[in-house]
Design a protein around this ligand. Structure first.
Ligand code: FE2
Ligand code: FE2
Length: 164
């Protein structure tokens, strides 16, 4: 399997979980846990394996990807701390879903086609590596995954606090 194929499958899984959460049919807590694990681990494998592999090809898109992940992790953390019975729950689901939908569209439309071209034969090996890291990250749990920023690329060139 190609690297971007694995990532697209995970995008589809996450999108299905969002649909379930929006319906709110009584399984929200279980779905929420599933969303936290899948989405956080998905971002980890992109941040730590996929993005570095395509950084040289499309630096602007990759740097934007890291920033969007940071925003998504923030919204995901807020959602994970909210009980499904809370009146803000649906608003938080919708906000995170919109952030993710926008981000996924940019990855699938712009980044992935260029990445596959650049990766060529290396794509399948990268996919295998990402699968292994995904499983390991899910096992280690949501808290560990959501705390991993993969910001090595951005923090290397940008100061932690803006200089005045
Ligand atoms: Fe992403
Ligand atoms: Fe993605």
């Amino acid at each position: 399997m190609k690297a971007t194929e694995l990532l697209k499958r995970q995008h589809d899984e996450v999108s299905a979980i969002f649909k379930g959460l929006e319906k709110g049919n009584g399984h929200s807590k279980a779905l929420l846990d599933k969303l936290g694990n899948s989405l956080a681990a998905h971002m980890v494998i992109e941040q730590e394996l996929f993005y570095p592999a395509v950084l040289a090809v499309k630096e602007n898109l990759v740097l934007e990807g890291y920033e969007e992940h940071a925003v998504a992790r923030f919204a995901l953390k807020r959602l994970m701390q909210t009980d499904p019975s809370d009146r803000t729950f649906k608003a938080k689901v919708k906000t995170l879903k919109e952030i993710i939908e926008h981000h996924v569209e940019e990855e699938e439309e712009d980044m992935f086609p260029r990445a596959e071209k650049a990766l060529g034969d290396r794509s399948e090996a990268l996919c295998a590596e990402m699968k292994t890291l995904f499983e390991k990250t899910v096992k280690e749990g949501y808290e560990n995954a959501v705390g991993r920023g993969g910001a090595a690329v951005t923090s290397a060139s940008a100061p932690a606090t803006p200089s005045t």
